[in-house]
Design a protein around this ligand. Structure first.
Ligand SMILES: NC(=O)C1=CN([C@@H]2O[C@H](COP(=O)(O)OP(=O)(O)OC[C@H]3O[C@@H](n4cnc5c(N)ncnc54)[C@H](OP(=O)(O)O)[C@@H]3O)[C@@H](O)[C@H]2O)C=CC1
Ligand SMILES: O=C(O)C1=N[C@H](C(=O)O)C[C@H](O)C1
Length: 242
């Protein structure tokens, strides 16, 4: 049975993964949290999952690469420097990084890409997300993932068109930008809506997470799929066959 090591094991996601791992046919190799040594776990596990904090990504990747152990990275709030580290690690081990491991959001990403490619550039794109009061990063990793899908479909990159949280006298909307709005409160697991606003009509594509189990199941499926793969950077859509 594939042994999965969890970075961030005492967190909300770490605990959700431990609860369902057996249902998916895996087992837990162990866990590491703040202050723990990531190296022994990387050596003991067949595959790692990381749902911790961006500051820990570098040591977690280094431990995974040194041990030759594949890793699923679910941590969000990553910078372009983190993505460069992931690309480097993916030359040595199998890596899957995603802002959202759920089946629903993985499909939503495909639908958003399709809509953005088919609708004219005069359709404005806005992304609204809401999460629980404890979430520390904004916009969410999922909102960024969806924005990237839309930007790529329009032949650009998100960094060129991204506008975060408008406030004050910001002026009229600039054409072809993608706007992000983040709401925080209560126990909301994760809601995302991508709004395509045209002249006289709007299309809204969305997803509401009702239980963290959706992310945990996707993460464990990804881990079991990744174990034993050759080095490279893989996608959730490949894992789920979408
Ligand atoms: N991709 C996806 O589908 C999803 C991604 N996420 C993302 O996963 C991350 C974690 O979310 P969540 O579980 O809610 O957060 P929590 O704050 O509940 O858990 C974070 C965990 O990481 C641990 N941690 C902190 N620093 C380190 C470190 N240096 N090394 C190892 N572990 C460390 C914490 O340990 P301690 O308690 O000791 O500080 C804690 O156990 C976030 O970035 C979130 O956005 C969340 C849901 C789904
Ligand atoms: O922090 C969370 O809780 C979540 N984080 C991920 C994100 O940033 O998109 C995924 C999910 O929405 C829950």
């Amino acid at each position: 049975m594939t042994a999965i090591g969890i970075y961030g094991s005492n967190g909300r996601m770490g605990r959700a993964i431990a609860t369902i791992v057996g249902d998916e046919g895996g087992r837990i190799a162990g866990g590491v949290d703040a202050g723990g040594d990531p190296v022994p776990l990387a050596q003991a596990a067949d595959v790692l999952v990381d749902f911790s904090t961006p500051a820990a990504l570098q040591p977690h990747l280094a431990a995974a690469v040194a041990a030759g152990t594949p890793i699923v990275i679910g941590t969000t709030g990553l910078s372009s420097a983190h993505h460069a580290l992931i690309d480097e690690a993916a030359q040595r081990i199998a890596v899957l990084q995603t802002g959202n491991t759920s089946l629903g959001v993985t499909l939503l990403g495909i639908l958003v890409r399709e809509a953005a490619a088919r609708l004219g550039r005069d359709w404005d794109i806005e992304i609204v997300e809401m999460h629980h009061r404890h979430k520390v990063d904004a916009p969410s990793g999922t909102a960024i993932l969806l924005g990237e899908a839309a930007a790529q479909a329009r032949g650009t990159t998100l960094s060129e068109v991204r506008v975060d949280g408008r406030a004050g006298l910001v002026g009229a909307r600039t054409e072809e930008t993608i706007g992000f709005s983040s709401l925080r409160g209560g126990s909301v697991v994760g809601d995302h809506h991508v709004i395509f606003a045209g002249e006289g009509e709007r299309i809204e594509l969305g997803h509401r997470g009702e239980d963290r189990t959706i992310f945990a199941r996707g993460a464990v499926k990804a881990a079991l799929w990744l174990a034993g793969r050759t080095p490279g950077r893989y996608q959730m859509a490949e894992v789920l066959g979408l």
